[in-house]
Design a protein around this ligand. Structure first.
Ligand SMILES: Cc1cc2nc3c(=O)[nH]c(=O)nc-3n(C[C@H](O)[C@H](O)[C@H](O)COP(=O)(O)OP(=O)(O)OC[C@H]3O[C@@H](n4cnc5c(N)ncnc54)[C@H](O)[C@@H]3O)c2cc1C
Length: 406
């Protein structure tokens, strides 16, 4: 048995969940984060039951729960008429169905909860302002070069986990140096206080207790409550051209308003009143390329398989990756021996989830006869039937979990 030790690059959702998951098996974990301060960009995050049951097992759910909202439904509405097209029950009905809660949270609240658990775990050492700059395989695993403000040190580990996000530098270590791909869509995000002008405007036609997606051929907009209901997260998606590989900061919402032309005046007014908006280019990573090497290097989360957010599953996949990887490695004689089988299992799941996101995008932006067919399909489905279509996604449990342990 090799030393139970792991080094992780990146303290995002994937890296922090991996640290807790390995520590749970008694591994000594060192987590390097490039940023000197752990601050989280982004806004809202939907946490579906496949992720919350793992966060519960890791002791994170109780910490984050007070800041979250448990929506009672996922609702689809036309952006032009605001007519309801679908209603998928969540809340107690969803929890009974999938054995774990469906929550919506601010990303920073989830990150703080993960960090609080990491800080209280003696098996985990977190080093900020430290970039994993180079990784070289050797007979005992890999040697890492760590750059801390220009001072470079080295460390040896039998297992190195690259959880360094969509613009990962470590991805090139496990396969051809392929960059992420811009998918031609921009994500616009903002949060508004519930008692602001935009918040009150939204409450006039939207539900403050649900996740609502407004469908339109030129854009779609997702709205849901966060921060225990004191704010509303708005995320809109429009076609666009590639911009910088980061949140671009505050942005003139003119292009968003143009894409939303024809939407119901009340919805357009909320878009105008909300803001400032930040904009983010959507990049994906081809999930079919390698994720691991025989020397003990593995990438997880967005670094391995960034997907479009149209199934709201990127962070959930990062959580699933991290937890299942630690289970698989803990059960193996040598870490590297566990990687090929783990990779095959995860690739199957992640590819299926990414396909669901692509289907959502197609359906939500449909126009003309395709939109009519979509609406007819949704009309013929009962709310329970729509929920049942998601059993494979939300009802998923890590291998080896029995029902009693849910
Ligand atoms: C608009 C939008 C909406 C979304 N909504 C949802 C949703 O509702 N539900 C959901 O599940 N997912 C959602 N996602 C996806 C989700 O946000 C991501 O999949 C998830 O945050 C990825 O986490 P990660 O830890 O893999 O990467 P990241 O969060 O990018 O973390 C990577 C970390 O690695 C650090 N790092 C980078 N390089 C190095 C290095 N060399 N050394 C050390 N550290 C390094 C970075 O500083 C960073 O902290 C959404 C995404 C977008 C764009």
């Amino acid at each position: 048995m090799q030393k139970r030790q792991v080094v992780i690059a990146g303290a995002g959702i994937a890296g922090l969940t991996a640290a807790l998951s390995f520590a749970r098996h008694g591994f000594a974990v060192r987590l390097y984060e490039r940023s000197p301060i752990l601050e989280e960009v982004g806004a809202g995050l939907q946490l579906s039951p496949n992720a919350t049951r793992i966060l519960d097992r890791l002791g994170v759910l109780d910490i984050v729960s007070p800041a979250t909202v448990r929506p009672d439904a996922v609702v689809l509405r036309e952006a032009t008429t605001l007519a309801m097209r679908a209603h998928v029950p969540l809340g107690t009905i969803g929890e009974r169905r999938w054995h774990a809660p469906y929550l919506v949270a601010h990303r920073a609240d989830l990150q703080s909860a993960l960090l609080a658990r990491v800080a209280g775990d003696n098996f985990i050492e977190i080093v900020t302002g430290a970039t994993v700059a180079n990784v070289e395989p050797n007979d005992d695993g890999v040697v890492l070069s760590i750059d801390q403000g220009g001072i470079v040190s080295t460390t040896q580990t039998p297992l190195f986990v690259g959880a360094d996000g969509v613009w990962s530098q470590t991805r090139r270590l496990v396969g051809p140096n392929e960059k992420s791909r811009f998918v031609g869509q921009l994500a616009w995000r903002t949060t508004v206080p519930t008692d602001s002008e935009a918040g009150r405007g939204f409450a006039g036609f939207g539900s403050l207790g649900a996740v609502t997606t407004f469908l339109h051929s030129g854009f779609h907009l997702v709205a849901y409550p966060i921060r225990a209901g004191s704010a509303i997260n708005l995320a809109a998606f429009t076609p666009g051209t590639a911009i910088a590989e980061q949140w671009s900061g505050e942005t003139d919402a003119g292009a968003l308003e143009r894409a939303a032309a024809g939407a119901a005046p009340a919805l357009l007014e909320v878009i105008r009143q909300a803001g400032p908006w930040t904009v983010w280019p959507l990049h994906t990573v081809d999930a079919s390329r390698p994720w691991s090497t025989p020397s003990g290097i593995v990438v997880i989360g967005d670094a391995a398989h960034a997907m479009t957010p149209f199934a709201a599953q990127g962070a959930a996949m990062a959580v699933e990756d991290a937890f299942t990887l630690a289970d698989a490695v803990a059960a193996a004689r040598k870490p590297a021996e566990a990687l090929p089988q783990w990779e095959t299992m995860r690739r199957h799941r992640v590819t299926k989830v990414a396909r669901r996101g692509a289907l959502n995008q197609f359906a939500w932006h449909a126009a003309g006869p395709v939109a009519l067919a979509r609406n007819l399909f949704l009309k013929l489905k009962s709310p329970q039937g729509l929920a049942a279509d998601l059993d494979w996604l939300y009802g998923w449990t890590p291998p080896g979990w029995s029902d009693e342990r849910l």
